[in-house]
Design a binder for this molecule. Structure first.
Ligand code: ZN
Length: 193
């Protein structure tokens, strides 16, 4: 098979995306850049905290953030802590980058649906004056892992998958792109709240 972007023989395949390594890196960067731009997530003079829980998500987030905002004057702090969705952190920060991905968003959404609960932390969310940014929201877990491996980041493999996350993997096999479809639904829901 061939790379979707340049037509050279593909080296990587994640779900339906086939690409050579250098195009893959660019595709992911472009997707994250678009997410930041569309949601106006980072601006000049922001004080940004990147949470480093040693996951591939946190390593890739730190790298992509620095790569994308190159010339923008901001203050970036990286802290080795773990984080639970919805947790409010202290400190003088405007934005907090949390380790996240598209699978986690789908999982969070489905959990809420199955239990008929609200999902107050869908998308990027605000607590107090701080915005919690899911930098890798448009990137699948498998894509993050591949990205981290391509860039030779050292990261901790994640623990056991939850039931819903396993279910999502099964669904994806049966209905390719279902993870992205679900993600789109969550964006629609956010717009309507
Ligand atoms: Zn290519």
């Amino acid at each position: 098979m061939r790379c979707v972007k340049c037509g050279k023989p593909s080296e990587l395949k994640v779900q339906n995306l086939e690409a050579c390594e250098s195009c893959f890196i660019k595709i992911i960067q472009k997707r994250v850049r678009k997410e930041l731009r569309l949601n106006r997530l980072i601006k000049k003079n922001d004080r940004i905290l990147v949470i480093d829980d040693s996951s591939a998500e946190s390593k890739a987030s730190e790298y992509l953030l620095k790569d994308i905002i190159k010339n923008l004057p901001v203050k970036i702090t990286v802290k080795k802590i773990s984080y639970n969705l919805g947790e409010e952190l202290n400190g003088d920060y405007d934005k907090i980058i949390i380790p996240w991905n598209a699978d986690k968003e789908d999982e969070y959404f489905l959990h809420a649906v199955f239990q008929n609960k609200d999902a107050p932390y869908l998308g990027h969310y605000k607590l107090g004056k701080k915005t919690y940014v899911k930098l890798l929201l448009p990137v699948l877990h498998d894509e993050v892992i591949l990205y981290a491996k391509s860039k030779k980041f050292k990261f901790k493999k994640d623990e056991k998958k939850s039931y819903v996350s396993g279910l999502l993997d099964k669904l994806e096999k049966e209905y390719p792109e279902v993870k992205f479809s679900l993600l789109k639904s969550t964006i629609e829901i956010r717009k309507n709240i």
